[in-house]
Design a protein around this ligand. Sequence first.
Ligand SMILES: [Zn+2]
Length: 377
Amino acid sequence: MLKYTLFVGKEYTLKETMKAWFLTGPGKMEMFEVPVPELKPGFLLAQVLTAQASVTETNVITLEDDIFGLLPRIEKEGKISLPGHEHVSRVVAVNPDSKFKVGDRVSTLAKITCGYCKGCQADKPRECEHPSWMGITNDGMFSEYVLLQESGLITVPENLTDSEAANLQPLADCIAAVDTTSLKEGDTVAIFGMGCLGMSTLQIVKASNPSKLIAIDVKQENLELAKSLGATDIINGREVDPVATIKALTGGKGADIVIDCAGGNPKKGLAGTVVLQQAVKSARPEGELLILAMYGDFVEFPIGVVRTYGQRVTFPYFTTLDHMRKGAQLISEGKLNVECMVTHVLEGIEKVPEMFEITGNKTSVKSLNPAQVIISK
Ligand SMILES: [Zn+2]
């Protein structure tokens, strides 16, 4: 028996059971009717509005590498909540001490700090002693309702659409990444890879007024979109040598900052390590290379060039709630367009497997963003 009756705009009684997707084996997802979770300390209950799988999650559910140890949990429990962390949801029930209120729309960080340990109290989120992962250690949100850990939530401004808000977490990762660099006004910046990561990063860099913002990809239609979003120059790596072209565009020096948003597993339609090598060679002496792309453990890397020219190689900072808020603000102010990347929107919770299928094959179906699924309105 549920203890609360809720109001979301109109009078509304929470159901006792809900539809929720579970992972029951390698790549195997099944939907069950289960009890709506009850509130617990530090968490609120929300109705999921729009959700999307990340490309990482399409890999995680295959359980091939199983870096999160999900298979033993499935073997023990029979089913676990289907991994998922990119969403916007509406709060339907809170604890008395909550900072949120019923009716708020909220979105979540992927890695959530506990908020009470020594590191958290000292405002050093990287040193959190008890972090949790949305969709891994906490339930994923491919369900009608979800319990959300309050220390990982922001309130979404009302002028953002559900589709935009569902993208706030990956966007915040790009903002955290750009924060890692010493980017300043007037710099020359080259970004390899105009997928959703590159396209978001391009717009974030644009907000700092670089003197040149060079976008590199092999797909002309993506380059045209990059141009419309603020790239000053576009380079099709299939037609010309990106390194020579970037050098020519920067007076022979190379770019101040080069960002790799392209590399990754070639089996998944990504660019492999060729781009990483081009990226290093495109940076000026004492320039910076920021690597956002995900690689396996070992890659061929031109360390001689980096050493000779005293370049700095950096990786993104830890993403915080401030990065999420900054993303929401940039969209709100019209400085960032994420909706132009959303091409596939499905309706109804039963479409979750189709959404995973599209997201896992983004390149072949010409989708920039992960597909989205509208679970409730
Ligand atoms: Zn902590």
